[in-house]
Structure formats: structure tokens, C-alpha cells
Write a protein that binds this ligand. Structure first.
Ligand code: CA
Length: 499
């Protein structure tokens, strides 16, 4: 999209500017802003929901009428990425506004990594801490996955889930209906508000459906049970499906995909059963992916179920008269490969894993459209805070950039590249960095034998990233290398000595 179209398709600039002045004049830290002065914010992020499963894009064979409607009423950021496409690192970047080496959430949180400091520190000043101090009623619902379980010794099985006690570990979230991480989609459990560790609540209901019920009650807020009506709310909903196990999804959502073959469902030409660049010795590959391709029907059933439950919540928002003055953001923490490049799941630089949906709707202020901003996850916090008139509260240590000017329809300097990151705190080998531009994806990766590999894809002429053209375009490669070097320099990344 050219810049003129993107600017024109945006915002009623004058109304936003006026609102901005009003916000700043009341934006005193610790003040209790009146409901009318700031919009509510509802942040919805299903886990592993790939961009290709946005129904309106007509890529995957899914129907997502509710998300489609949200997108048609909001702005779709078509080129948003998850810089480290994995659960905990995404969440760490989202809430801290920093890249993984700076916030310490370098990989997924589990007990084997706690001793490495791989968890969100209680003294990190996060988006939610700032929102609470600015007068928001805050709430977190669903999968959190940011705490470090009690450490286990090497060789002992890793413990993944962790109780998050009230206090600084919750980073300003007041209403709490959450768990660390588990994949019991049909039998989830939660710690609710001030419940102690041994007081968890077990539920026999599909988790997105149960959480939608909770969120509907939260929005309804009968007798002020859930939140102070005088305050705007900031509610985050981390939905677990369409994360694995995909088959834990109600039959009503599976029905539409019954009898469909893998060939009918997986329509991307890069779904290959053997991908020559991947094998067990490099550590870049999966094996036996052909046996997993029949999971696609359940994955798509989860996608449709998640859309259905989000629709119930958005309907309630409208019914309560909250639609116009609520910013709704829909995104995900990363995508799902579903057999593309012979891979399942995430944690890889290919589009199916790296790209994420990102939609923002605010009927009062944002004109619907789409924009190709190369939005990185750490950018979300400063962009949102600044857009809300809380730009002066962004900690100086934040590494993400404030792109709220894009939402205001201003001509601003846009990023030319987004960082790709893969690392594990406990291993010296297997590390990768790279950049994505509008034209190319460029990756430098070390395999588990510490051998260096370079991957380069022409994302415009080869949209399914079928051919690695590293070594064939020295000028392009040089420019991308410099962009990577710059990003590593900005984020003080030790990997700069490996490129
Ligand atoms: Ca995830």
C-alpha cells in the first residue's frame, strides 16, 4: 500500500487531536480518570492463531465472521510479526515493550529455565502497571505463562505451570482469572482473584467458551461486582486454543470439517512432506510431519470456535453500549506452520509462524482500513500508551517504538525491518537472528552443531518462501545484513559478534 492511501484510510485527525489534548491534561500518574475521558481497552490474543486463518483473507478454508466484522470496522495491520514466535517471549515483549534479551524472557518459561532468569521480573514496569496507575480498572483472563516455576535440576522433568501470586508478579492486573500454562482445553483450571495456590477452580467447559462467559459477566458488571464503573477498563484475554492439542474442541465446531481431506484443507503450495534444508542433524527440522497433517481439520475447528466465542463477547460490548468507546485489539502470539515447509507449530521464521493477525478497532476515532506497518511486538506498548495520551509514562528503557502517529494519520518514519529472534538461555548452540522487510526475509542461524546457515527469501516474487536464494543477490544480502546489524546494535544483542 502506498503511504498516501494508508494515511487517507486512517483517522479523523482533528477529532483525535482534540481528544489527545483532553487526555494529556488529565494524564497525571495515579489520578483516577473518569470513564468518559479515556477509552476502554480490550486486548484479545488467542494462542497460535495464524494470520492465514483470518477468514476474510480467504487463505485457509475457515469462516470467521466475527473477526471479519471486527477487521471491517477497524484497521488491519497486514504486516505485523511476532519477533520471537513463541508463547512466553511474545507475552514478555508485549507487556515490557522490550526484546527478549532485555526483559529476560528468552524462551518459554518452565522450571528448567527459572535459574537462568527466564521469567518476567516483578519489578519490570509493564504496560498493565502503567494502565493501572493511570486510573484503569485492569483485568487478566486466560493463559499468562510469564512466571518461573520453582527450579528443577538438569535431567529432572520440567514443570511448566506456575501459580502467580497476587502482588507485583501480576503487574497491575487487579481482576485475575488465570493460570500459567496448561493445555487442558476441555477441562481448564484457573486461579481466581486472591485464591491461594491450593484454591484453584477446575472447570468442565471448553476454555474459550468458559472465558467468554466470564468476560461477558465482567462487561455486564452487575452490582459493580467486577470493576469500578467510574474507571475505564483494560482487559487482556489470552485465549489458549487454537494451541495444541487441537482435538480438544467441541464437536459443534468439528462438524464442518468432517470428511474433509488434508489436501482439501491445506491449500498452501509449501505444504511439503520433506523439505530438503531441514533434517535432524541441523536441528531446524521436524520429522514425521506427514503423520500430523490430519490435525488441520481440528485446528480449523478451533479457529472457528475461537471466532464464535469472541463474537459473543463483542456482542455483549455492543449490547452494553460500550462498543464506540472501547479500543478492541485482536492479535495472536505467533502462528502455526500446519505442515508448511514440512513443519508443525511455531518458533521459526517462515510466514505461517512469524506473521500474526493484528486488528485494532475504535469506532469513535479510527477510520477503518488497512496498513502495512512492519509492527513488532515491543512496539505495541509504547504505541498504545502514546495513543491513549500516556506517552510520558513510557519507561526510557522500552525498546519498542511509538507508532501511534500512524493511528493519528500522521506522516511518520516507518520501520524498514523487523527483527526475528530465536534463542534458549540454557544452550550455547541453536540460535538465530534475522530481519523481515516488505520484500525479503533474511536469517542467520546456527544449528545444534554450531554450523552457520543463511536463508534468504524473496517474499514478493516467492510468497510461499519456496526457494532459499542466499548467495545469489549479494547487494540485497549486504543491505539486509546491515539492517540486521543495526537492530542487533540497538537491542545490545550479543549475536552481533556471530553475524
Ligand atoms: Ca503460544
Amino acid at each position: 500500500m502506498n503511504k498516501n492511501i494508508s494515511r487517507r484510510s486512517f483517522v479523523k485527525r482533528t477529532t483525535v487531536a482534540t481528544a489527545g489534548v483532553g487526555l494529556l491534561s488529565t494524564g497525571v500518574l495515579g489520578s483516577c480518570s473518569k470513564k468518559k475521558e479515556r477509552p476502554n481497552v480490550l486486548f484479545i490474543f488467542p494462542d497460535q492463531y495464524r494470520k492465514q486463518s483470518l477468514g476474510f483473507l480467504k487463505n485457509d478454508p475457515v469462516l470467521t465472521p466475527n473477526i471479519d466484522k471486527l477487521a471491517s470496522e477497524g484497521i488491519h495491520f497486514t504486516d505485523a510479526v511476532s519477533n520471537h514466535p513463541l508463547c512466553s517471549p511474545f507475552r514478555g515483549m508485549l507487556f515490557s515493550g522490550k526484546y527478549p534479551l532485555s526483559n529476560g524472557v528468552q524462551s518459554n518459561c518452565h522450571s528448567g529455565r527459572t535459574a537462568y532468569g527466564n521469567f518476567l521480573k516483578p519489578d519490570e514496569r509493564c504496560l498493565s502497571d502503567i494502565m493501572k496507575d493511570a486510573g484503569y480498572a485492569t483485568g487478566y483472563l486466560g493463559k499468562w505463562h510469564l512466571d518461573g516455576p520453582t527450579p528443577t535440576k538438569p535431567g529432572q522433568p520440567n514443570i511448566w505451570d506456575s501459580y502467580c501470586p497476587p502482588g507485583p508478579h501480576r503487574h497491575g492486573f487487579e481482576f485475575w482469572y488465570s493460570y500459567g500454562t496448561h493445555n487442558r482445553h476441555n477441562h481448564p483450571y484457573y486461579w481466581i482473584n486472591d485464591a491461594k495456590e491450593n484454591e484453584r477452580t477446575d472447570v468442565n467447559q471448553w476454555s474459550p467458551e468458559h472465558e467468554a462467559d466470564v468476560l461477558i459477566d465482567y462487561l455486564d458488571n452487575k452490582d459493580g461486582k467486577f470493576r469500578d464503573e467510574e474507571k475505564p477498563f483494560f482487559m487482556c484475554w489470552g485465549i489458549n486454543p487454537p494451541h495444541t492439542p487441537f482435538n480438544e474442541v467441541p464437536q459443534k465446531y468439528k462438524k464442518r470439517f468432517e470428511g474433509k481431506t488434508t489436501e482439501e484443507l491445506l491449500n498452501r503450495p509449501n505444504v511439503k512432506r520433506n523439505f530438503p534444508e531441514f533434517n535432524a542433524s541441523t536441528g531446524f527440522g521436524d520429522s514425521g510431519v506427514e503423520k500430523q497433517l490430519d490435525q488441520a481439520k481440528d485446528y480449523f475447528a478451533c479457529v472457528e470456535g475461537v471466532d464464535d466465542q469472541i463474537g459473543r463477547v463483542l456482542d455483549m460490548l455492543e449490547k452494553k453500549g460500550l462498543k464506540d468507546n472501547t479500543i478492541v485489539i485482536f492479535c495472536s502470539d505467533h502462528g502455526e506452520m500446519l505442515g508448511s515447509h514440512g513443519l508443525m507449530h511455531k518458533n521459526i521464521w517462515y510466514k505461517e509462524s512469524f506473521e500474526i493477525p493484528f486488528i485494532i478497532r475504535w469506532p469513535e476515532k479510527l477510520r477503518p482500513g488497512k496498513d502495512n506497518l512492519l509492527l513488532s511486538v515491543p512496539d505495541i506498548m509504547p504505541t498504545l500508551l502514546s495513543f491513549l495520551g500516556l506517552g510520558d509514562q513510557i519507561p526510557s528503557s522500552v525498546e519498542g517504538k511509538d507508532y501511534s502517529g500512524v493511528l493519528r494519520g500522521e506522516a511518520i518514519e516507518r520501520p524498514k525491518a523487523a527483527l526475528y529472534f530465536f534463542d534458549k538461555p540454557e544452550e550455547e548452540t541453536e540460535k538465530r537472528r534475522g530481519v523481515k522487510t516488505h520484500e525479503y526475509t533474511y536469517i542467520i542461524g546456527y544449528d545444534r552443531n554450531n554450523k552457520k546457515h543463511i536463508f534468504l527469501y524473496d517474499d514478493v516474487n516467492d510468497p510461499y518462501q519456496m526457494v532459499n536464494i542466499a548467495g545469489t543477490k549479494p547487494e540485497v544480502e549486504k543491505e539486509l545484513h546491515q539492517m540486521l546489524e543495526q537492530l542487533l546494535h540497538e537491542t545490545k544483542d550479543y549475536f552481533i559478534s556471530y553475524i
